[in-house]
Structure formats: C-alpha cells, structure tokens
Ligand binder design. Structure first.
Ligand code: AMP
Ligand code: GLY
Length: 423
C-alpha cells in the first residue's frame, strides 16, 4: 500500500517511522517532509495548505491512505477535500477538527456535556471583555479563539496585565484573525499530562500518557514554545486519574461530538491538568502532539496502519492498543533564540551515530538537505528520543544521545523529565 503523510515536523517523522514498520506499506510519500523524513519516505515539495496539489498528487500516485499530521490543514478541511475526491484519509473532517480550531466551540461543548474543565466566558466584543475583567478573580487565562501556533494563550496575574492582554488579542490582533473572539478562563494549578487517543467516531482507544515541557528555559522559565521535550509514561497519570478520565472525559467527548453531528475520526489529544479537585481538560487538539508523538509512537506495539484503518472503517472496537513496558524521553535540540528569532543553515554533525542503535531515534523537525549536508532549518531542529527500562534510564540515554549531535547555536533544556525525581 502507498501512504502519503502531510506535514514536516518531528511528529510527522515519528508517524513516518511507525508507518515504515508496517508490513502493509511498500511506499511512503511526505508533503513537504524534511531531511530526516526523506531517509524513509519520498518527500514532495507541496505545502501542507496546498489542498488542490495534495489531492491531485494523491490521485496521480493512487495513494491508498493519506495521514494528515498537522492542525492547520485539518482545521482548514483537507480531509473533506481528499474524501470528496474519493481518496481515503485519516484525520477529522473540518466540522470535527473545530474541536481544536475553536476554543469557544470546545469550551461550549464541555459545558453542554458536563465535561470537567475550567470555568470561562466567551467574548466577541473587547469592551465586554474588559468590563468582565473588573470583577474577575486573578490570575485569569486569556485565549484567542482560533489556531495561533500554540501561542494564543496569555496567563495574566493582575487586572492591568489582563486588560493589556485583551488589547493584544482583540484590538492589536497579535494572533491574527484567531483573536476576533476570545475566551477568558479560570486559572487552574496542577500538573499537566498529555493523553493521545485513536477515535473512530464512536469508539475511543487511549494511548500511553506523556508529559510535555512547553517553556523555553530550564525550570519552566521563559516563553512558551511548541514543546522542548517529553517523557512517557507520566508517573502522575495514575490508575485513579485514568479511571476518572475514562468515566467523565474520554468517551464523553466522543459521544458529545457524535451528538452534535460532528463525528470525530482521527486523533484526539487531551491536554489535562491534574488539579486538587481532579483532572480537568485544558484543551483538545485534533492530532498527535509534537513532541508527544516522539515518545508515544516508539512505544506502540500495534501496526499503526491496522489502527488507522480501524478508525476510518469504524471498527476500532476490535482493536486493543499495546505499548511496551518501558519508558521514553525526547529532548528537543533547538536553535538558540527559539521561539523568537534564530539563525538557520548550520551543518548538523553526528546524525550517523543513531544508525543501527535500537531504542535511539533522531526525529527531524527543522532540517533540510543542502548539497551533501543536512543543515538546520527551523527553531526546533531535532527531537532526540531514547527508550529505557524506566524513565530514569530513558532520560540518561536521551541526554547521552543528545550529545552525539553537533551544530552551531544548538540549544536544549537540561531538565526534561526532572519531575520524575519527585515520584
Ligand atoms: P492551551 O493552548 O489551551 O493548552 O494553553 C497553553 C498552556 O497554557 C497550557 O499548556 C497551560 O500550561 C496553560 N493554561 C491554559 N489554560 C490554563 C488554565 N485555565 N489555567 C492554567 N494554565 C492554563
Ligand atoms: N506539544 C503540544 C502540542 O503538540 O500541541
């Protein structure tokens, strides 16, 4: 079977690596891909938002399955386009991807179906938002409604900051059109956990848990990023937490989407906060996490194509997901200056050290080929993942492997997985 993957990050490299292990697959294409993906797939220079070109390419090559990894094309309706051309595609349709595409939609859904989340109000008018803040308890969390590359969330400690935030989002439109509407939310405290799941419209199958590190600097300081590293499983995702989420969150979300006539087929990523009142949904994403996929997928024992086909065919109830009894840690190697400004184009050394080493992975994110070399081409450059018998061993292995790679301006956090020492 021929598979096309849409996207170009570490997540898509991890998806491609899983797809490459499937016995059913003889050829993988990726649009647009990156230098690492290019080692296991044929990369084609088509952007993830070029829907006509993607559809035409999939028809021309008689692609059997297209997997869309990124949020923008999902929210924009790429799955609908592929399906209307008679092609098989994995990911939510536009009317279901809104679960990630609109914070106001997802908050209203949770409220209507009693899914535990932070209290909130939605605003279309900045004056009403400012008036509401006068009586709100600080800190508050401001969220631009639409996709904003994970950056449309502001945590404000004082009324002044919150007022400035409303201006930034709704008047200055710092996050673009995403800020025409906003959600103001109660601030919660607790540990964050990411839980990914496969969904076929009715049935949900939960993958192993993971934890991201969103801030740029050690000790959770600095700006929010796409994610600087992950570990899996999360020791804080206990059986008790799992039981609560199964009872009140996971199936409830899938049923709510079905009731709204927006059946969800694809990946639901539950961003959870473990508060002292129990788990609460922080956000939903309609795709694999990046870099969560880089620690979850290497631990999955199932053939990913079997699971994806079951999601498309509505037969996920016949699948049992299985994960290795080990642990994985991913350390992101970024360009110094990420997420604000950074230089690109530096040659990367040491990549060959990963060849033939079981349990070590070097997932490419911002890389490209330049003649005979592979050079840096983005803020997040590589995700170095290693497995181990437990989280401590996995972390040791991942940090050792992170040293194998060299490039100018290489930056990483040194405390990925530090939280496991508290267990
Ligand atoms: P989101 O894009 O909604 O996941 O928000 C990005 C990050 O902001 C989350 O990973 C949390 O760290 C933080 N955050 C979002 N909502 C809240 C909240 N209600 N209370 C506290 N922190 C939050
Ligand atoms: N790592 C968080 C995300 O993919 O949104």
């Amino acid at each position: 079977m021929k598979v096309l993957i849409v996207g170009s990050g570490g997540r898509e490299h991890a998806i491609a690596a899983s797809v490459a292990k499937s016995k059913k697959v003889d050829k993988i294409y990726c649009a647009p891909g990156n230098a690492g993906i290019g080692q296991i797939a044929e990369c084609v220079p088509i952007g993830a938002m070029e829907f006509d070109k993607i559809t035409a390419f999939a028809k021309e090559k008689a692609i059997d399955l297209t997997i869309v990894g990124m949020d923008d094309p999902l929210v924009g309706g790429l799955i609908d386009e592929l399906e209307s051309a008679g092609l098989r595609a994995f990911g939510p349709r536009k009317n279901a991807a809104v679960l990630e595409g609109s914070k106001a939609f997802s908050k209203d859904l949770m409220k209507k179906y009693h899914i535990p989340t932070a209290a909130y109000e939605t605003f279309d008018d900045p004056k009403k938002a400012l008036a509401y803040l006068e009586t709100a308890v600080m800190p508050v969390v401001l969220k631009a409604d639409g996709l904003a590359l994970g950056k449309g969330v502001l945590i404000c400690n004082t009324l002044e900051e919150a007022k400035d935030g409303v201006k930034t989002i709704m008047e200055d439109k710092k996050f673009g059109a995403a800020g025409s509407r906003m959600v103001i939310e109660e601030f919660m405290t607790g540990r964050e956990v990411s839980v990914l799941s496969f969904v076929d419209g009715k049935t949900i199958r939960i993958m192993t848990s993971a934890q991201d590190h969103k801030r740029a600097g050690d000790g959770d300081t600095g700006l929010n990023t796409g994610g600087m590293g992950t570990f899996s499983p999360s020791p804080f995702y206990t059986e008790e937490v799992d039981a609560f989420c199964r009872k009140y969150i996971y199936q409830a979300t899938v049923d709510a989407m079905a009731s709204e006539e927006r059946p969800f087929q694809g990946i639901i990523f539950f961003g959870l906060m473990l508060t002292d009142k129990g788990p609460r949904v922080l956000e939903y994403n309609a795709r694999f996490g990046d870099p969560e996929a880089q620690v979850v997928l290497p631990r999955m024992k199932n053939d990913i194509i079997d699971v994806i086909e079951a999601c498309i065919d509505g037969t996920l109830d016949q699948i049992t997901l299985q994960f290795e009894e080990n642990a994985a840690v991913c350390v992101v190697l970024a360009s110094e200056g990420y997420p604000v400004s950074y230089e690109k184009g530096f040659p990367i050394g040491g990549l060959e050290k990963f060849e033939g080493k079981d349990g070590y992975y070097c997932f490419h994110a911002g890389t490209k080929e330049d003649g005979q070399q592979i050079v840096t081409n983005g803020g997040r450059v590589l995700g170095v993942t290693a497995t181990g018998r437990d989280l401590h061993e996995a972390r040791e292995n991942a940090y050792q492997a992170a040293e194998w790679v060299t490039f100018e301006n290489k930056y990483m956090r040194h405390d990925i997985g530090k939280a496991i020492d508290e267990v």
